[in-house]
Design a protein around this ligand. Structure first.
Ligand code: XUL
Ligand code: MN
Length: 351
């Protein structure tokens, strides 16, 4: 393993109000009662979380139908609620996949009118981020992609995404842009499917320092990639803005399972890479994007969040107690068979 920071990082955690979900899926209705945001905010601190991730309409419901003054007023109200609870708004992301104008994409839609809507909504989202006291906006490019290759010009689409990022950077000098790559769902083939694509866009932008990535475990796995390597790539370029830790059981729908629940070793390696880089020591959050099981009784269900956080911290202990001398010996001897067994025994708590 590489060099660890001398002072161990004290981690801060975040999640979004959508992670306390009401349990609907595409095949059925909600199975738990809806829970107002104000009540959700009161849960964060007692659960060990300090950061709130937002979509623009989590802050300002019905944002498309409101005037700038009304938006401002609502954002100020949410800021007060956060301040009252001692919470930090980690980012605000434009929800560009619900409106009728985003059926065929947002910045890459074939309709100029719809592209204009997407840009305006995005700039409004940045204003909301600013007002609520957040330093970043996240672009999950939900519908930027195609169901059939011939429907869009991919080169032009990438140019349009870059142009949008540059306009965002100009709009507010205090807000950074974090791109959250995902290879598919809801589109068949998404643009910006990996962190490599996101980092290339960051370097191509007019202010590379202000453009980073947000890596979600499940999204990397859906791309057939190892999330810890994806994180390491971003970290090597100082381009990891945040993470969405969760898990994914194979190549199927985006599952947002509890962190470490499908593959503990893959989770261990993500924690290892983050620890070694001192991620979190500059105030970055360990973000979670996990969904409660539909089958879970009760309301409001939060055990998937506290469980994932607890598992992360257990894995931090595992990383810190890992025998680095042994690792070096085995690496020097190129005995990776013995190294693998040592890792597995360490994870199992076997001496
Ligand atoms: C979608 C996803 C989103 C983003 C925020 O798969 O992960 O929740 O994290 O827009
Ligand atoms: Mn996510």
């Amino acid at each position: 393993m590489g060099q660890r920071m001398s002072t161990p990082t004290k981690y801060r955690f975040s999640f979004g109000p959508w992670n306390i979900s009401e349990g609907a899926d595409p095949f059925g209705p909600e199975v738990r009662k809806a829970f107002p945001h104000e009540k959700k905010f009161a849960l964060y601190k007692p659960m060990g979380f300090d950061g709130v991730q937002f979509h623009d309409d989590d802050v300002v419901p019905g944002v498309d139908d409101l005037t700038p003054a009304q938006i401002s007023k609502q954002a100020a109200k949410v800021k007060k609620m956060l301040d009252n609870q001692g919470l930090v708004p980690e980012f605000v992301a434009p929800r560009l996949w619900f409106a009728p104008q985003t059926v065929d994409g947002a910045y890459t839609s074939n309709s100029a009118k719809d592209r204009k809507y997407a840009l305006e909504r995005t700039l409004r989202c940045i204003d909301i981020a600013h007002e609520v006291g957040s330093k970043a906006t996240v672009l999950w490019l939900a519908r930027e992609g195609t169901y059939i290759r011939e429907s869009k010009n991919a080169r032009l689409a990438y140019e349009r995404i870059l142009e949008t990022i540059n306009t965002m950077l100009d709009h507010d000098k205090e807000i950074d842009v974090w791109i959250e790559p995902k290879p598919n769902e809801p589109t068949d083939m998404a643009y910006v499917p990996t962190i490599g694509h996101a980092v290339a866009l960051a370097y191509a932008s007019k202010e590379p320092k202000r453009v980073k990535g947000l890596i979600e475990t499940a999204h990397a796995l859906l791309a057939g990639l190892d999330p810890s390597d994806e994180m390491a790539f971003a970290l090597a370029h100082d381009k990891l803005g945040s993470v969405h830790l969760n898990d994914q059981n194979g190549l199927k729908y985006d599952q947002d399972k509890n962190f470490g629940s499908a593959n503990l070793r893959v989770a261990f390696n993500q924690v290892r890479v983050l620890e070694e880089a001192g991620f979190g020591s500059k105030g970055e959050f360990i973000g979670l994007d996990v969904k409660a099981m539909r089958t879970q009784k009760g309301s409001c269900v939060t055990s998937h969040l506290t469980g994932s956080r607890e598992l992360f911290l257990h894995l931090v202990d595992k990383v810190r107690s890992w025998d680095q001398k042994l690792e070096k010996q085995l690496v020097d001897a190129r005995d990776y068979e013995a190294l693998e067994l040592a890792v597995m025994k360490h994870l199992m708590g076997v001496k």
